[in-house]
Ligand binder design. Structure first.
Ligand code: CO
Length: 172
C-alpha cells in the first residue's frame, strides 16, 4: 500500500524522536512492505518511517543505477531496497563534504548540506541479522539524512542561515 508522505518543517510526527524496533513482527513487516511501495512512486532514494507517519527506527534506501555508478557501501547494491532497522552511526570521518540534498518531506527546498564524508554504522536487516559496514559517497549521505529523520531532524535545520520568509524582512 502506498502511504501518504508527511511534510512540513513543523510537522509533529517528523519532529518526534522515533523509538527502536523491539521485534520484527507482522506489523513491522507490513510497514516495511508499505515503505517499499511508497518510495518508488515518490522518486525517493531514501525514506524513513516517520515520513510515512510511524515513529519507529526504520529506514529504506534505494539508489537507482541510472543516477549512480556505485552506492558507496558494499552491503548496498544499486537498484535494491536496503532496509536498515535501528541504524546507528558508530564513527564519522573528520572530513566533511557539501552535497545538495532534497527531502520528500520538504518538497520545496534543495540545499547543500555539510556532513561527514565517511561513516561506519550498525543496523539490523529486515530478517534481524546484524549489519556492520562502512559507507561513503551517496550511501553515506542518504544514511545520515535518514537517521536524522529518526531523531526529528530535517536537513533544513542544518543550514546555518535558512529562515522562513517573514513579512518584515527586506529583500536585495
Ligand atoms: Co528526507
Amino acid at each position: 500500500m502506498i502511504l501518504d508522505v508527511q511534510t512540513g518543517m513543523d510537522n509533529a510526527i517528523l519532529r518526534e524522536q522515533s523509538t527502536p524496533v523491539e521485534n520484527i513482527d507482522r506489523e513491522i513487516k507490513k510497514l516495511i512492505r508499505d515503505m517499499k511501495a511508497t518510495i518508488g512512486p515518490n522518486h525517493g532514494i531514501g525514506l524513513a518511517a516517520p515520513q510515512v507517519g510511524v515513529n519507529k527506527r526504520i529506514i529504506l534506501i534505494n539508489l537507482p543505477s541510472d543516477h549512480f555508478d556505485e552506492s558507496g557501501c558494499e552491503i548496498a547494491p544499486l537498484d535494491k531496497h536496503i532496509v536498515l532497522i535501528n541504524p546507528e552511526i558508530t564513527w564519522s570521518s573528520s572530513e566533511q563534504v557539501l552535497f545538495e540534498e532534497g527531502c520528500l518531506s520538504l518538497p520545496d527546498f534543495f540545499a547543500e548540506v555539510l556532513r561527514p564524508e565517511r561513516v561506519k554504522f550498525t543496523a539490523l536487516d529486515e530478517k534481524g541479522n546484524v549489519i556492520e559496514a562502512e559507507a561513503e559517497g551517496i550511501f553515506a549521505r542518504v544514511l545520515q539524512h535518514e537517521i536524522d529523520h529518526l531523531n526529528g531532524v530535517l536537513f533544513a535545520d542544518k543550514l546555518a542561515n535558512l529562515h522562513m520568509k517573514q513579512p518584515d524582512k527586506l529583500y536585495i
